[in-house]
Write a protein that binds this ligand. Structure first.
Ligand SMILES: *Cc1c(COP(=O)(O)O)cnc(C)c1O
Ligand code: SF4
Length: 342
């Protein structure tokens, strides 16, 4: 783990009133790695800086914001597990990340302090998976699972791999961007499994994807671990068709398949990152016209209050009467589609 950078040395935030900023950093974790700092320094538009530098606007909360915006708590049968969908669970072995994103939907849960899941709780979490035969996929998240030491990670991967009904192990991580030096051969070796291992890279802007990030990403791919990406749509950072097009092209060129583009969650103090669903749909609609199918992510909304994730496409298909539909093409023109008569 890289220690949080001394805030006083980051000029971008010095312009903000100090006491207020301290209230922000007392409430929400801050960590900025040397690589992230270099990105911030090299990025003229602030698309990287705004993701990590604390901002006094984080103290502003709106009535619709929720501590647990996607309702994970209600689906947590044992500590460290979220089981909302029958065939897959989240396993959160660690609450720490290499960097702390200011818009994080788990910002009330992540941060230094209660760092690791307690050893007993990890045993119970893995027992839970072992005892749930419908669980086909385990998604390691947190925190960031690649902050774990290769030894701990290997132990978890080995235990999951030994469970017959678990066929897929997926990791969600920001480490290749935030701290690429952590992606050592030893770490990659720790991910070796008889099961299918996938990694999902959290990445929001093309300017985060340096040559170094590209180089470490290829280590996963060479080890037979397919890479996907997830991004969050963020006001003032990537909420233009051009910015997202550049990001998704860059990722696809690196053999990273854009998987999800999340509409921002209503986490406390993140109102300055949010935009309307309608605006998001417009951007996504524009992307559909520009991008190859392999470069298009799904635009996802996690319905506040724990009602689950849905594809947030503008009503592309609407049934108007039995067997007849209005079908919207990428230009927004409506066509009629009818089911075949049998
Ligand atoms: C998002 C999520 C998943 C994984 O969903 P996919 O759509 O398969 O990526 C699993 N469990 C929970 C609780 C989630 O929020
Ligand atoms: S890396 Fe993920 S979990 Fe960690 S702060 Fe960023 S969004 Fe939150």
């Amino acid at each position: 783990m890289t220690k949080p950078a001394p805030l006083a040395r980051i000029p971008e935030i010095l312009s903000q009133p100090d006491a207020a900023l301290q209230a922000v950093t007392a409430r929400y974790a801050v960590a900025i790695t040397p690589e992230t700092r270099a990105l911030i320094a090299a990025d003229p538009d602030g698309a990287v800086a705004k993701q990590y530098l604390p901002d006094v606007r984080e103290l502003v909360e709106t009535p619709d914001e929720l501590q647990d915006p996607i309702g994970d708590d209600a689906h947590s049968p044992v500590p460290g597990i979220v089981h909302r969908y029958p065939d897959r669970v989240l396993l959160k072995p660690i609450h720490v990340c290499a960097v702390y994103c200011r818009f994080c939907f788990r910002r009330e849960m992540v941060g230094p302090g209660s760092e690791m899941l307690k050893p007993d709780d990890l045993v119970r979490a893995i027992d839970y998976i072992r005892g749930a035969p419908k669980v086909w996929e385990v998604i390691l998240t947190g925190g960031d699972p690649l902050v774990l030491s290769p030894r701990r990670l290997k132990d978890i991967i080995d235990q999951l791999s030994a469970i017959d009904h678990v066929k897929i192990i997926r990791l969600h991580t920001r480490v290749p961007i935030a701290n690429p030096n952590r992606v050592t051969d030893e770490l990659i070796a720790a991910l070796d499994s008889s099961k299918a291992v996938y990694a999902v890279l959290h990445c929001n802007h093309a300017s985060e994807v340096t040559d170094k990030v590209q180089a470490v990403s290829q280590k996963f791919i060479r080890a037979g671990i397919p890479l996907l990406s997830q991004s969050t749509l963020l006001a003032g950072i990537n909420d233009t068709t051009d910015a997202l097009e550049a990001l998704f092209r860059r990722l696809t060129e690196m053999k990273i398949k854009p998987y999800y583009l999340h509409h921002p969650d209503k986490a406390p103090g993140t109102g300055h990152f949010r935009l309307s669903l309608k605006r998001g749909q417009q951007i996504v609609q524009n992307l559909l016209m520009r991008l190859s199918g392999i470069a298009r992510p799904n635009y996802m909304l996690d319905i506040p209050g724990g009602h689950g994730k849905i594809a947030a496409l503008p009503g592309a298909v609407t049934e108007t009467e039995a067997g007849t539909y209005d079908v919207r093409d990428p230009h927004g023109h409506i066509h009629t589609y009818r089911d075949s008569q049998s």
